[in-house]
Design a binder for this molecule. Structure first.
Ligand code: 5AD
Ligand code: SF4
Length: 442
């Protein structure tokens, strides 16, 4: 058999991880990867619906598949992930070219679903989007994109219901994997040469709560930190409200957990934070920042921020700008508020006009870029441990790698050959907004 598959992945790290689970199952069934969807027997589109812009792009792609399927009806088109979860039956009606719709809790049942689908003579499109189940443990072989960095889901779902966010509706309630399963997966990946592990969940600070465990995430971090061969541990995403002192201590005291805190603030105005149902205030958030910096003085701090949430006034936005000046983030992921139907914020009055949102976005990005450059300039002259990614995509004369705080560093190719995942001391010589350049001390 010489069957092929392709995966078009959209969205967050959790989706990237899910795509690797899909790829593993397809590979276990004997399928080979191809980049070209015209060639592929199975086309899988792993979708995201966090913002309208993502959805539009994906719907365009699914539209494009109509002609591809018309030409070759034997192809199997699978739409997976958050849009599949959200739109279910309606989706199949609107897009008859779709054969399988697979929601977010069925990722690891894919192999069985596909086999059953292919075995049926009168094939009918199928929907698998029951959100109440605990996703099965993955049994197959991973096909990971990276040779040295692995995503490790530690929990699924979210219980927060921030008023702008669609995620709780498409990922369901919080369900945690067992620490044993997580550590076993990491040990196996270490044996295959993996060195960096990113623990994934929509709200990792709640890890274990559904299993009746308190402070389980801090314990899990300490446990993963001790696994021999683990070089770097990262985690995504934490909720500032739930970031306990225990957790900050665990990060501070562990050897391999990166001193990087991604603490999405979403707005600098307490009034807007409350309308977002974030469960903290500007003051309590700034207190958290102080606590992190008191335990980890050189911590790299990053955030997510939404501009133009309904009702955001110029005064609220000024609070966001001043919070950025107070915290001085190393990096920020900035988003323009996007209305998601079914969420409380979509029904709020005072939606902010597009032009105002864009203008605020530009002002915030300009400010953030200044902070970012300043942070980077402070690293000039320092020698930092850099984990090698490989040769730079844009310049094969340079190696590329990441600092502990996940900043991109380039240094010239010399006599030494590095492998992805090696850690190399690099002295930073030049700082730009998006990039550091240096020389290897080896
Ligand atoms: N509009 C804009 N940004 C959003 N995010 C989540 N929902 C929305 C929305 N409706 C952002 C948040 C979150 C990040 C992953 O996406 O900042 O932290
Ligand atoms: Fe997109 Fe959110 Fe789903 Fe990730 S969890 S794919 S960001 S909608």
């Amino acid at each position: 058999m010489n069957k092929t598959y392709t995966i078009l992945n959209y969205g967050c790290q959790m989706n990237e991880s899910d795509s690797e689970h899909y790829a593993g199952q397809l590979s276990d069934l004997g399928y080979h990867y191809t980049e070209d969807f015209h060639e592929a027997d199975v086309i899988l589109i792993n979708t995201c619906c966090v913002r309208e812009s993502a959805e539009k792009k994906i719907l365009g792609k699914i539209g494009e598949m109509k002609a591809v399927k018309a030409k070759d009806p034997h192809k199997v088109l699978c739409v997976t992930g958050c849009m599949a979860q959200k739109d279910g039956e309606d989706f199949l009606k609107t897009y008859p070219q779709v054969d399988l719709l697979i929601g977010t809790a069925h990722v690891n049942n894919f192999k069985a679903i596909l086999q059953e689908y292919l075995a049926e003579k009168n094939r009918k499109a199928g929907i698998y989007n029951d959100l109440t189940i605990m996703p099965q443990e993955f049994e197959g072989h991973f096909v990971r994109k990276s040779e040295y960095a692995a995503w490790v889901p530690i929990m699924y779902g979210c219980n927060n219901f921030c008023t702008y966010c669609i995620v709780p509706y498409v990922r369901g309630r919080e369900r945690s994997r067992s620490a044993e399963a997580i550590c076993e997966e990491i040990r196996k990946a270490v044996a295959l040469g993996y060195r960096e592990f990113t623990l994934l969940g929509q709200n990792v600070n709640s890890y274990g709560k559904d299993r009746g465990e308190a402070n389980a995430f801090a314990q899990l971090l300490r446990q993963v930190d001790r696994i021999p061969g683990v070089e770097r541990v990262r985690y995504m995403t934490s909720h500032p409200r739930d970031m306990s002192e225990e957790l900050i201590k665990a990060v501070a005291e562990s050897r391999h957990v990166c001193k990087h805190f991604h603490i999405p603030v979403q707005s600098g105005s307490t009034r807007i934070m409350q309308a977002m149902n974030r469960g903290y205030t500007r003051e309590s958030y700034l207190e958290l920042v102080r606590r992190i910096r008191s335990y980890v003085p050189n911590a790299v701090l990053t955030t997510d921020i939404i501009v133009g949430f309904p009702g955001e006034t110029e005064e609220d936005f000024a609070q966001t700008m001043s919070l950025f000046d107070e915290v001085r983030y190393d990096a920020a992921y900035t988003f323009i508020y996007s209305k998601r139907s079914g969420t409380p914020a979509a029904a709020m009055e005072d939606q902010v006009p597009e032009a105002v949102k864009k203008d605020r976005m530009n002002r915030l990005m300009e400010l953030q870029n200044k902070h970012r450059l300043k942070h980077n300039q402070e690293l000039v002259g320092k020698t930092l441990p850099i984990m090698v990614e490989g040769l730079s995509h844009n310049n094969k004369q340079m190696w590329s790698g990441r600092t502990d705080g996940n900043k991109l560093v380039l240094w010239p190719v010399g006599d030494r050959i590095f492998n992805p995942g090696d850690v190399v001391p690099v002295t930073i010589e030049k700082a730009q907004t998006w990039l550091l350049k240096g020389r290897a001390e080896l």
